[in-house]
Write a protein that binds this ligand. Structure first.
Ligand code: NAP
Length: 281
């Protein structure tokens, strides 16, 4: 069994990203907008800010009150849409339930949409457009697979999870890589049958250790996207790593797998936006 080591791939990918940043005529700036202070969002934002610092990228963290009205959030987004110094905007999800995430995400200028979630970017992803900004988790998984020379061309991929942020973009990315893709969700019948038929199984459901021996066939490649924090503060994936590690061919650990790649991909997206902006000027 081989471990697909996100930490290693991220470290090895850094020099190329740093070189691309050095070649820019300006220092990129990322605006991260957070509403409230969920501990999981705090942790994701901390990781992004610390990686931005490592790359020499400026970042602005805007912390808004949990109870803020929707119009006020839209005002903040519009402010940064119009700020020529800010290259990319992230609205940290999930938002409190009184806010309409769809309207808020759609307010981000597509040319600053680092997470690739605005309608124009989603359409580009669906179309397999060269300038699609691929949501970071999907992009990170693509980069991890490429590093280990895992070509999805013609492979059977099963994605478990169909969220707009994670599962669906991953499925579209795999389709664009010419895989034959099955997408499973909470209403899927005979999940074990669907997971076993995959050459590459990608799991993003948010249920710790849910995928066990019963879902796996020998020789598969398993990508575990899930991250759940346990009471002892440790992180657990959606896949029961200890139980299946001897059956699979390759597997991502949690932590140290997809999460590492996702943070890298956020900044790959930001730097792409810098180059698209340069090209359009
Ligand atoms: P989400 O919005 O809650 O979506 C979960 C998806 O899983 C839904 O599509 C749901 O199906 C499906 N699901 C739930 N229980 C299932 C079951 N028993 N069988 C089959 N499908 C089931 O979660 P998310 O935002 O996509 O995140 C998923 C996980 O990825 C979380 O652990 C999150 O922390 C993690 N994550 C990791 C990274 C990273 O960088 N590694 C990045 C983002 C998120 P329905 O649609 O039918 O409800």
């Amino acid at each position: 069994m081989k471990i697909l080591d996100g930490k290693l791939v991220r470290e090895q990918s850094l020099p190329i990203l740093i070189e691309r940043i050095k070649n820019l005529s300006f220092v990129p700036c990322l605006a991260i907008i957070q509403v409230g202070n969920r501990p999981d969002s705090d942790a994701f934002i901390r990781a992004k800010k610390s990686f931005a610092t490592k790359l020499g990228i400026k970042n602005i963290h805007i912390q808004l009150d949990e109870k803020i009205e929707q119009d006020k959030v839209l005002e903040v987004i519009n402010k940064y849409n119009g700020d020529s110094e800010v290259i990319g905007i992230i609205v940290q999800l999930p938002l409190p339930i009184h806010l309409n995430s769809e309207i808020i995400i759609d307010a981000i200028s597509p040319s600053k949409d680092v997470d690739g979630l605005t309608p124009l970017n989603i359409k580009r992803l669906v179309d397999g457009h060269d300038e699609a900004i691929i949501p970071a988790t999907a992009r990170g998984i693509r980069q991890l697979l490429k590093f280990y020379n895992i070509d999805l061309f013609g492979k059977k991929v099963t994605v478990v999870g169909r969220s707009t942020l994670v599962g669906k973009p991953i499925a579209l990315m795999c389709l664009n890589e010419n895989a034959t893709v099955t997408v499973c969700h909470s209403k899927t019948q005979n999940l074990e049958e669907e997971t076993k038929k995959a050459d590459v199984l990608i799991v993003a459901i948010g249920k710790p250790n849910f995928i066990d021996r019963n879902h796996i066939r020998k020789g598969q490649i398993v990508i575990d996207v899930g991250i759940s924090r346990q009471l002892d503060n440790s992180l657990t994936g959606d896949v029961n790593y200890e139980e299946i590690k001897d059956m699979v061919d390759m597997i991502t650990p949690v932590p140290g797998g997809v999460g590492q790649m996702t943070v890298l991909a956020v900044f790959e997206n930001l730097v792409d936006l810098c180059y698209y902006r340069n090209n359009s000027n």
